[in-house]
Ligand binder design. Structure first.
Ligand code: SF4
Length: 440
């Protein structure tokens, strides 16, 4: 417990540094790409029918006309990225709810595939969008992996998360998942563990249903990530957020999974070699398009405007939607690589040292020494390998990293008050002082 607390404190400081992006202050064009490199393309769709209380993604309430206008601008930005020399090998669409308008999404995916040598397309969705006609449209539009945000299969928890009314109860969700399994190369289901009123039995039941009854291709078990704003709201609506039980939940999940499910990352488990959720693990450089999307190119982190109005204006005028950036030092880039690549469980030593001209382990000797000392990393000569103990530490580190990203998003959303839904704005305003402190 002491190690976990110390790690959390250090990480909070480091992660704040990574997510402090400075305002650029003038309009910029899309950076130049190298057509020889096939990067990962992330597309952000910031619309949801219901705004869940535990969520701090960049999203607003879905309105059909607004979404259509947004998708049209997104397609324009895909063309601009192509003109700037970028070529993409994979697409990941996140949100929000990317499937809020399937026809628009399919048109966008078709354009991206026409312009790029795309091998894989992964999209996120919610259980109520698992409708056969729409799933067929998505499959025909080239989607290989569908990731469904289920979060829990317990009705009481679904109700507390305000998801049951819109996304269906446990029985309905199970039925829809069973119908969807087999349509795509990979069906992934997202679960959250360590929710305030969740019992260990409840999580074990969810894991059993998904892996032994429905036998989905993949499950991703995320720890609850309480960013500043969501923690306040959850405390009121769902109960206290604490990380004391997190490790017990995680260890129990590892023990409960059938042997056929092997880890693809510290929190993603697959029946066979499947695509995984964290596009940033496998792809050092990636391009994010859409309002609020982030890109990481050559050691610089960029963020597009969180104002959907401004994003549309910028892109329609032929510019990039980027309004903020942060340039990392070599050491910070290595630390970022360290966090992301080890999350994928195994790092090839020769490849990583080649990437950093033999400076990787030497520069990060303190990190390597500390994690080897606590038994988190072992060295088999060819690879550095995350141990079972290390897997939990990486879950903790990624939780803190994503909390810092969520706090950054919330700070940005505070700057676009006129575009937010009243309930979202009220919530964000309540935590404005805490957010400003968390960002320092
Ligand atoms: S959890 Fe998913 S569905 Fe709920 S508000 Fe967040 S992005 Fe939208």
């Amino acid at each position: 417990m002491l190690i976990e607390r110390a790690m959390t404190a250090v990480l909070r400081r480091l992660d704040r540094k990574y997510t402090r992006l400075e305002q650029i202050g003038h309009v910029i064009d899309i950076p130049k790409g190298d057509p020889e490199k096939h990067l990962m393309l992330y597309l952000h769709v910031p619309f949801c029918v219901v705004l869940c209380p535990f969520c701090s993604f960049h999203r607003v309430r879905y309105k059909k006309d607004r979404a259509k206008q947004y998708f049209s601008t997104l397609r324009k930005e895909i063309r601009l990225a192509h003109d700037a020399g970028f070529r993409f090998g994979e697409i990941y669409v996140g949100g929000g709810t990317p499937t809020c308008n399937v026809a628009e999404l399919a048109e966008t995916l078709e354009l991206a595939q026409r312009l790029n040598p795309i091998r894989q397309v992964s999209i996120e969705t919610n259980p109520d969008d698992l409708v056969m006609d729409e799933l067929k449209i998505l499959r025909d539009a080239g989607v290989n992996r569908l990731s469904v945000g289920v979060q829990s299969l317990e009705d009481k928890l679904l109700h507390e998360m305000e998801r049951q009314e819109k996304y269906g109860n446990s029985a309905e969700i199970r039925e829809r998942l069973a119908m969807t399994q087999g349509i795509f190369d990979t069906l992934n289901v997202d679960l959250i563990f360590n929710l305030p009123h969740q019992s260990l039995d409840s999580v074990m039941r969810d894991v059993d249903i998904l892996t032994r009854e429905i036998e989905v291709d993949q499950i991703s078990c995320y720890p609850l990530m309480g960013a500043t704003t969501t923690t306040l709201r959850m405390k009121r609506e769902m109960g206290n957020v604490t990380y004391n039980r997190e490790r017990v939940f995680y260890e129990a999940i590892l023990d409960r999974l059938p042997e056929t499910y092997q880890p693809s990352s510290a929190w993603c488990f697959s029946k066979h070699q499947s695509l995984i959720d964290e596009y940033i693990i496998e792809h050092e450089d990636y391009v994010g398009l859409g309002s609020g999307a982030m890109s990481y190119l050559g050691g610089t982190l960029y963020a597009a405007s969180f104002s959907i109005n401004r994003y549309i204006r910028l892109v329609e005028a032929g510019h990039s939607g980027i309004t903020r950036m942060s340039r990392f030092s070599d050491k910070d880039q290595m630390r970022y690589n360290f966090l992301m690549t080890f999350f994928g469980l195994k790092v090839n030593k020769a490849q990583m040292e080649k990437r950093w001209d033999g400076r990787f382990e030497k520069t990060l000797w303190q990190e390597f020494a500390a994690f080897k000392l606590v038994g988190a990393i072992r060295d088999d000569g060819e690879n550095w390998i995350l141990t079972r103990k290390g897997m939990y530490y990486w879950v903790l580190m990624m939780r803190e990293f994503f909390i810092a990203v969520s706090n950054f998003r919330d700070l940005m959303r505070l700057g676009i008050k006129s575009e937010l839904d009243p309930e979202d704005l009220e919530e964000l305003s309540k935590s404005a002082t805490l957010l400003a402190k968390a960002g320092k």
